[in-house]
Structure formats: structure tokens, C-alpha cells
Design a protein around this ligand. Structure first.
Ligand code: SAH
Ligand code: DHB
Ligand code: MG
Length: 236
């Protein structure tokens, strides 16, 4: 099946998402630096770009930069004066991403911050940069529950929270799976489902990236958390 999924992605991309030499070279730079090919597929990246335009996003937050592929796509949807902040724990990934964003002419619009997201998010909150109009969760899945709490804190009514890799080959539906990333994703889905401040759904996908999916949550109320997720006390 995977071969067929890939062929259909090629077909779609051939018609709808022609290769952009700059983005292809950004991916090659990541590959050359020995980074894993964990970026979203080209047609998925364009989906994120369309979401950013639909929401009229002026401020975008991404957790999980890698080579900056999804960041370049989303930053290209920003209006003049817009800002994308992307968080990356691995300094080597961050430096490749910065170079890729610079080549794309996006150094002014996109900022790569290096560190574990849970260490960086409190500072972003303190700086008062938000609320973000679009938030893309695509880092270590075991921390998605905390990233969701921060996303609520850093968003407003009408913001969109998108999470990648919510299916992982179907593992998400297996309650016996002990993989921390799957356990984290399941906890995340429970929290999103129980959260009155969002309306959410999840969609399964197949393609060059295998069998996976996206969650999308529309924030319907302002965050009322007085101190933010730090107050929930989980030590990382
Ligand atoms: N969004 C990218 C892919 C991200 S892959 C794209 O589609 O192009 C996930 C990235 O998250 C990796 O680069 C990994 O180093 C980073 N990461 C893992 N744990 C993290 C953490 N705790 N904080 C920030 N980044 C993290
Ligand atoms: C992995 C992470 C991702 O964000 C992704 O899109 C695909 C794979 C991973 O860690 O295996
Ligand atoms: Mg991903």
C-alpha cells in the first residue's frame, strides 16, 4: 500500500504543489547534515500554508523546527510584519533551519529559538509576544499534553492549534501501547476532547510519510489561566 500512497502523493504534488527549488534545497541541507526526514510532506506543508492564510495568521508558533521546512512554508503565508517563532531543542537542527530560512529571505519574519520547548515557552509568555493565531505542534509527542496547555495560554479566541503525527501507523488507538510518544499523544487527545475552550477533530492521512494524521483545534474562548501551565506543576 505504501507504494500506492506515495504514487498518489506524487500525482497530487505534480498537479497541485510543484516542487520549489528553494524548499527542495532546504530539505537537502537537512539530509546532508544527517537529520532525519521527519518533515511534513510537500502536500501537507501546503495544507499548513493554506491554514495560515485562512486564519489570517500574523503570529505563528511552531514547536519542532528540524530543517525549517514547515516553518518556511508557514512563514511564507505571513503578511508583511508577521512573525513566526519556531522552537528547536537540537542546536544543529536550529542552525540548519536558520540558514534555510535566511536563504528563503525569511530571517526577518522567522525566529528560531534553541532549547527544549518547555524551557522556552515560559519566556515567550513573559515577553508577551502572543497571542499566536496558529500554533503547530510537531516536536516530542510525549510532551504534547503540556504543549497543548501552553497553546491555550498563548492563543486567543479564533486561534488554530494543529498537531502532527496523531496516528503513528494506528498506534494511537492501542491503549496497551507503552511507547511514551503514543502515551503522550493519547493523553493529549483526551485533554483536547475534554477542553471546553476548543472545538477539535482529527483526520487520518496516508502518503509518502506513511499512515499518520493531523489534529486541528479551534480555540473558542480566551485562555483564563492566570499563571499559565507552569502552575500545573509538572516537572520535566
Ligand atoms: N516541523 C518540522 C519537523 C519537526 S521534526 C517540519 O515539518 O519540517 C521534530 C523536531 O522537534 C526535531 O528537530 C527535534 O529535534 C525537535 N524536538 C524534539 N524534542 C524537542 C523539544 N523538547 N523541544 C523542542 N524541539 C524538540
Ligand atoms: C517523527 C516525528 C515527526 O514529527 C514526524 O512527522 C515523523 C516522524 C519521529 O520522531 O519519528
Ligand atoms: Mg511531524
Amino acid at each position: 500500500m505504501e507504494e500506492l500512497w506515495g504514487a498518489v502523493d506524487d500525482y497530487f504534488e505534480g498537479r497541485l504543489v510543484p516542487a520549489d527549488p528553494l524548499l527542495e534545497s532546504a530539505l537537502r541541507a537537512g539530509e546532508a547534515a544527517g537529520m532525519p526526514a521527519h518533515h511534513v510532506a510537500r502536500n501537507q506543508a501546503k495544507f499548513l500554508w493554506i491554514l495560515a492564510r485562512l486564519t489570517g495568521a500574523k503570529k505563528i508558533l511552531e514547536i519542532g523546527t528540524l530543517a525549517g521546512y514547515s516553518a518556511i512554508w508557514m512563514a511564507r503565508a505571513l503578511p508583511p510584519g508577521g512573525l513566526l517563532i519556531t522552537l528547536e531543542a537540537d542546536p544543529r537542527h536550529a542552525s540548519v533551519a536558520r540558514a534555510n530560512l535566511a536563504k528563503a529571505g525569511l530571517s526577518g519574519a522567522a525566529e528560531v529559538r534553541v532549547g527544549r520547548a518547555l524551557d522556552l515557552l515560559p519566556q515567550i509568555d513573559r515577553e508577551g509576544i502572543g497571542p499566536f493565531d496558529l500554533i503547530f505542534l510537531d516536536a516530542d509527542k510525549e510532551h504534547n499534553p503540556e504543549y497543548f496547555a501552553w497553546s491555550l495560554r498563548l492563543s486567543r479566541r479564533g486561534s488554530l492549534i494543529v498537531a502532527d503525527n496523531v496516528v503513528r501507523g494506528g498506534a494511537v488507538a492501542d491503549p496497551r501501547c507503552a511507547d511514551p510518544s503514543v502515551v503522550g499523544m493519547r493523553r493529549f487527545l483526551e485533554l483536547v476532547g475534554a477542553e471546553p475552550r476548543v472545538d477539535a477533530t482529527a483526520i487520518q492521512t496516508v502518503g509518502v510519510k506513511g499512515y499518520d494524521g493531523f489534529l486541528i483545534a479551534l480555540v473558542t474562548a480566551e485562555s483564563d489561566s492566570p499563571r499559565g501551565p507552569e502552575a500545573t506543576g509538572r516537572k520535566t
